[in-house]
Design a protein around this ligand. Structure first.
Ligand code: KG4
Ligand code: ZN
Length: 341
């Protein structure tokens, strides 16, 4: 008998994602985004995102089914993001998924969005080894996960104590006068700057941080350091060397992320690292991770960027792993959890 066909629905932020996965094979992945609307406000407006999900949900499901030439009745199980994320957007996706599950008489699995960012890599690079590490970095999260079994045994070793990596880029982008989201703009500027021009702080990397925060991140002090440096130059009537500021800031973020991640790999005896989340597009992180993983003998897996930003495939991939594990379906009364651990 063929593996179950799982429909995945993702609505934790501004992307309405719908995908179909059979086993570890992706049949279709459709995404509708409301980012253009949010860009006008310089940040995600939850109510605007919720309304956009409500409008996009049925057309996105219909177009995914049509593209895969699948009838809704062929779906064996449904997976939906139950958290973490924005409550309004999560509620739209969960409501749609519950209605489908009841209507079709099929099981529903509420799954964790952050773990989904790691799980999607199985669709691209195949099953995870017995033990892997995942660094999930985006505008909303910076988490280090120890993955013993993607369906049932994932431990969060650390996370950001304040801003996520992408969020820090977006905030520094704002203070440098770049359009929202600033991350890709800083990346572009940084490629032409000197990463050693300014020594910005690397938070939580000192020996004294090892006991409590060995695998946690903190980027808000770095953002403040950039702001102070820029203000001091402006007060002195000097020009801001945008490329060097961007390169030095990006280098500090990539340095902290990779140092801690590789240390975690070594301490947990892991030789496979997966990087997921929209921030994995960052050139400085990619270069540093590739070089340091090669040096440490760690296999680096980064899915193509369309599977790193929020999408339905990650939820269908995780749902498929959970279904295959034989875990019971979610109780249909489940609520969404904006800060799901
Ligand atoms: O995963 P994602 O699309 O949405 C969230 O769930 O947050 O990640 C988007 C975040 C934004 O903060 C964006 O500025 C950042 O990732 N980002 C980048 C790059 N591409 C996206 N930051 C730095 N360099 C990039 N190339
Ligand atoms: Zn995400």
């Amino acid at each position: 008998m063929s593996e179950p066909l799982v429909l995945g629905i993702e609505t934790s932020c501004d992307e309405t994602g719908v995908a179909l996965v059979r086993g570890r094979e992706l049949l279709v992945d459709q995404v509708a985004s409301s980012m253009e609307e949010h860009a006008r406000f310089g940040g995600i407006i939850p109510e605007v995102a919720s309304r956009a999900h409500l409008e996009a949900m049925v057309p996105t499901i219909q177009s995914a089914l049509a593209q895969a030439d699948v009838d809704l009745s062929e779906v064996d199980a449904i997976a939906v993001t139950a958290g973490p994320g924005l409550v309004g957007p999560l509620t739209i996706g969960a409501s749609a998924a519950k209605a489908l599950a009841v209507g079709l008489g099929k099981p529903l699995y509420g799954v964790n969005h952050v773990i989904g960012h790691a799980a999607v890599d199985e669709l691209v690079h195949g099953a995870f080894p017995e033990r892997a590490l995942a660094l999930v970095v985006s505008g909303g999260h910076s988490s280090l996960l120890l993955v013993d079994d993607i369906a049932s045994d994932v431990t969060e070793l650390g996370q950001t104590l304040d801003d996520a990596a992408g969020e820090a880029f977006d905030k520094v982008g704002r203070l440098l006068g770049l359009p929202y989201p600033g991350g890709p703009h800083i990346d572009r500027l940084a490629r032409e700057g000197d990463p050693e021009a300014i020594r910005f702080p690397r938070a939580l990397t000192l020996p004294k941080d090892q006991a409590e925060h060995a695998y946690d991140f903190s980027f808000s002090g770095l953002k403040t350091a950039v702001a102070r440096w820029v203000e001091a130059r402006q007060d002195a009537g000097q020009d801001i060397p945008l490329h060097d500021v961007a390169a030095s800031f990006a280098a500090a973020v990539a340095d902290v992320l990779t140092v801690k991640t590789i240390r975690a790999c070594e301490r947990h005896d892991v030789d496979t690292l997966v990087i997921g989340g929209g921030f994995s597009a960052n050139s400085q992180l990619r270069e540093m991770a590739a070089a340091r993983c090669a040096e440490a003998g760690i296999t680096l897996r980064i899915p193509p960027i369309r599977y790193c930003t929020d999408n339905g495939a990650m939820i269908a991939a995780l749902g498929s792993a959970v279904v295959r594990s034989g875990a019971p379906a979610s109780d249909l009364r489940f609520g969404v959890d904006s800060s799901m651990p």
